[in-house]
Design a protein around this ligand. Structure first.
Ligand SMILES: NC(=O)c1ccc[n+]([C@@H]2O[C@H](COP(=O)([O-])OP(=O)(O)OC[C@H]3O[C@@H](n4cnc5c(N)ncnc54)[C@H](OP(=O)(O)O)[C@@H]3O)[C@@H](O)[C@H]2O)c1
Length: 281
């Protein structure tokens, strides 16, 4: 009798989810274990206090990397560092403040016990205005945070790297978006196109310095940037892509791990799409 009641309650909950969202999808993913493939690597992840950046930080730390994350909110950074464990640390920094790039690189170097080997340019904000409503402040916010910070941090770090050549490769991984592969009418998507171009340009021009640059273009990922996906709880359904579900930040972290590892060293200047089929024609 109790079992029947429990089944009925489950069925009602499922029906409610269908009614609210149009579908119900859960993901059951068995992630491979790679061991300590990043042992000894010192990594900076901008915007590592939540979402995709935090998932990457956790994955990298589990795989042996020394991790430092950045963000604007200290309370978020502290919580993230304790979630990451493995002696991760943080540096408080608004990436749009490019005049302190060198100071922040030095501070991160101190926390990591040496110069950064892998840079993940991830910090970003979501769009709040679209085409006809875009004003100068939306333009400046998006460009300053989502692109300017990435450009000047990478520029400054590459100067440091050139002063201290090493055996093997250093890596830069930029976070673009599926929006960088479709028509763009507002700054967020325009910036994500720019990131593809920057990744290709730097990929080509820096490989001679043993620096490998690539990017990831995520689809709709379950983070605070996609509030609806958090509100849906464990129901990952969306009608926004052919796979009909949102991506988990951990799935992006898997790709970021591959790109950080030596297994991907022959991939240069590419923006790898991970979007559940959204950009397919
Ligand atoms: N979620 C998606 O569907 C999706 C899809 C494609 C691409 N992306 C990209 O993925 C990246 C990460 O986004 P997310 O989805 O993980 O969102 P999120 O959970 O909101 O994370 C954004 C991170 O960036 C940091 N950040 C924001 N502005 C900053 C600034 N001015 N200076 C330093 N740090 C800053 C935030 O920390 P504070 O709050 O402390 O500033 C936070 O750690 C972004 O570049 C985004 O464009 C996301």
């Amino acid at each position: 009798m109790i079992d029947k009641l429990k089944k009925a309650i489950r069925a009602i909950r499922l029906a409610k989810k269908f009614y609210r969202t149009g579908g119900c999808v859960v993901a059951n993913i068995a992630y491979p274990q790679y061991g300590y493939v990043l042992k000894g690597k010192r990594v900076c992840i901008t915007g590592g206090s939540s979402g995709i950046g935090l998932a990457i930080a956790k994955k990298y730390a589990q795989c042996g990397a020394e991790v430092v994350i950045t963000g604007r909110k200290e309370s978020k950074l502290k919580a993230a560092v304790s979630e990451i464990g493995h002696d991760a640390s943080y540096v408080l920094w608004d990436v749009s403040d490019i005049h302190v790039c060198q100071d922040k690189i030095d501070e991160m170097g101190q926390k990591l016990g040496g110069c950064i080997d892998i840079l993940i340019n991830n910090a970003g904000i979501a769009p709040s205005k679209f085409w006809g409503n875009v004003d100068e402040s939306e333009w400046d916010n998006i460009y300053n945070i989502n692109l300017k910070g990435m450009f000047f941090l990478t520029q400054q770090l590459v100067k440091e790297w050139k002063k201290q050549p090493i055996q093997g490769y250093r890596k830069v991984i930029n976070i673009s978006s599926q929006g960088g592969f479709v028509g763009a009418t507002y700054p967020y998507r325009m910036v994500k196109w720019d990131i593809r171009g920057l990744t290709e340009g730097l990929g080509k021009s820096l490989i001679g310095e043993n620096i490998i640059v690539n990017a990831i273009a995520p689809g709709v990922v379950k983070t605070s940037m996609q509030q609806f996906s958090l509100e849906q709880g464990d129901n990952l359904f969306t009608n926004q892509n052919p796979i009909q579900r949102v991506c988990l930040p951990e799935e992006i972290a898997e790709l970021a791990l591959f790109l950080a590892s030596d297994a991907s060293n022959y991939i240069i200047g590419q923006t790898i799409v991970c979007d559940g089929g959204y950009t397919l024609k």
